[in-house]
Design a protein around this ligand. Sequence first.
Ligand code: SF4
Ligand code: SF4
Length: 298
Amino acid sequence: MSISAKPASPPQASPIQPVELALDSVFQFRCHKDIACFNACCRNIDLQLTSYDILRLKNCLGLTSSEFVGRYTIPFEMDAHGMPGLKMATKPGTSECIHLTEEGCGVYEDRPAACRYYALGNMAVRKKGSGEVEDAYFVVREEYCLGHEETHEQTVAEYRVEQGLDKYDEMNSHWRRLILKKRSAGPAVGSPSERSLQLFDMCSYDLDSFREFIQSPKFKEVVELPPEQEQELIDNEESLLEFAMRFLEQVLFGVNSVKVRPDAREKRIKERQEVWDQRRQQQITKHQENLQKQQYGN
Ligand code: SF4
Ligand code: SF4
């Protein structure tokens, strides 16, 4: 699953170098303000955003998550089942990033993970024969990027530190695992319901709504959340994102890590039973009315 290839490339001309790099692999590259191609990569983007990217960017711009998503992203479907994804918006009629200014990146301190990785590509791959997910790195070499001509060399690990990637990868890892898990499961778990897609959307891209959701009576009816944990989630968005991923995993894959009230399941079954009984009674009444009409001819 690639989530880090920033620039768009013409089909059949992949700029990804077919050599897998490890953390201690050395590669030659340097990007700096005085390079002739400065910001060329931001003028031709196809940039998928992660859940943590949205958190950082909306705070950087002083917006709510839904305001940020509405103004600065383009929705797309990540797979055939309609898993919602978001891409960074571009300036009208161009493929230039909406945050690119005369001076450079307008959100540099909070730029997305894909921008930090470039000119490396990062893929989460599942090891053959085991469920383990590991990172693989590749050099992405676009023709217009002159950084590859620079003599500076560094290891992948050094580049990651320089770009502040540890924090991004840590915060995005659960989200990425969930997407990979959904993809690997394929048709085995069937198509996700509309409700689970909406939940994925809210947990991934709309933390402000998720914060409201965990305070709602409906949520509290089902989930047992001690007051101090609730307050921590309200105050700390990183904790909230981490909790959102655990909640999502529980709903989508039944991995129990969020405490559900002991009576919640029985209550839900009882509610469903009541709805079912009502429907059944309506059907019986309708059937009896029809029989009467047939019998008496009106
Ligand atoms: S060197 Fe490459 S990454 Fe740096 S500005 Fe130029 S095109 Fe972008
Ligand atoms: S967010 Fe910044 S670094 Fe990333 S593509 Fe846009 S302008 Fe370039």
